[in-house]
Design a binder for this molecule. Structure first.
Ligand code: PXP
Length: 250
């Protein structure tokens, strides 16, 4: 199973001062040295963290490394992706006021729009993933758009599974996990690569790591960057990699 490290929040620190540090390329290099299999960045329409120049620079600096660009299903950003050519684009719903991506893309309700963007990206040689919730209707609709991958939104599971969160509900987390696995099975059956992400932490990721039969890639950001504040980015990524490949700490 591959780990994609989302480094948006390295850019968040930089943009808080509109400065030039911390250096995003240095962050990506640290992630790769620690065993990350790819870098994920979200080019938001409001450019609150990642900038167009960051995506370009990442592509140029690490040509053979997997670059996953998260973006809204809109033409202006798709045109940027077509020029920069990340390996993968993950289409996400975007709402300017949200703190982070809320909910999954409505692939069922916006099939024509999503299909058009998927086609445009694939024509440029980019593989496309749709960030969706775990409802069977969304999985089927995603397959119908021609996208090669889905990324299942694990945010609800994350909220339910953390005893420190107000929404903690152990039984609810188990139920949600079952739904995620069922959606992944359905996706695999429809010929899709299935990824997962959002809200994953050092404590709640293991159940996904055990299902290498279902999941190919996990995209994790905030919890790794938060841990990096105390132990450094390289160690924080290495620790998450150990959770995913289920190695014991050195
Ligand atoms: N996957 C997608 C599609 C996302 O939008 C995000 C958040 O940018 C992530 C994964 C990573 O989520 P987190 O930062 O909570 O690990």
């Amino acid at each position: 199973m591959r780990l994609g490290v989302n480094i948006d929040h390295v850019a968040t620190i930089r943009q808080a001062r509109l400065d030039v540090y911390p250096d995003l390329l240095e962050a990506a290099a640290e992630c790769f040295k620690a065993g990350a299999d790819g870098i994920t960045v979200h080019l938001r329409e409001d450019r609150r963290h990642i900038q167009d120049a960051d995506v370009k620079a990442l592509r140029r600096a690490f040509p053979g490394r997997h670059l996953n660009l998260e973006m809204a299903a809109v033409d202006v950003i798709a045109d940027i992706a077509v020029k920069i050519k990340p390996d993968e684009v993950c289409l996400v719903p975007e709402n300017r006021r949200e703190v982070t991506t809320e909910g999954g893309l409505d692939a069922a309700g916006n099939a024509a729009r999503v299909k058009a963007v998927v086609k445009k990206l694939q024509k440029a040689g980019i593989s496309v993933s749709l960030f969706i919730n775990d409802s069977p209707a969304q999985v089927r609709a995603a397959a119908g758009t021609g996208a090669e991958m889905i990324e299942l939104h694990t945010g609800t599971y994350a909220e339910l599974s953390d005893p420190k969160r107000s929404g903690y509900d152990r039984a609810g987390a188990k139920r949600e996990l079952k739904k995620l696995f069922a959606a992944a099975e359905l996706g695999r059956g429809l010929g899709l690569q299935v990824n997962a992400g959002h809200g994953l932490t050092y404590d709640n990721t293991a159940p996904f790591a055990r299902r290498t039969d279902l999941f190919a890639e996990l995209n994790i950001g905030h919890n790794i960057i938060a841990r990096a504040v105390f132990v450094g980015l390289r160690r924080a990524v290495a620790e998450m990699k150990r959770v995913i490949v289920r190695r014991r700490p050195a």
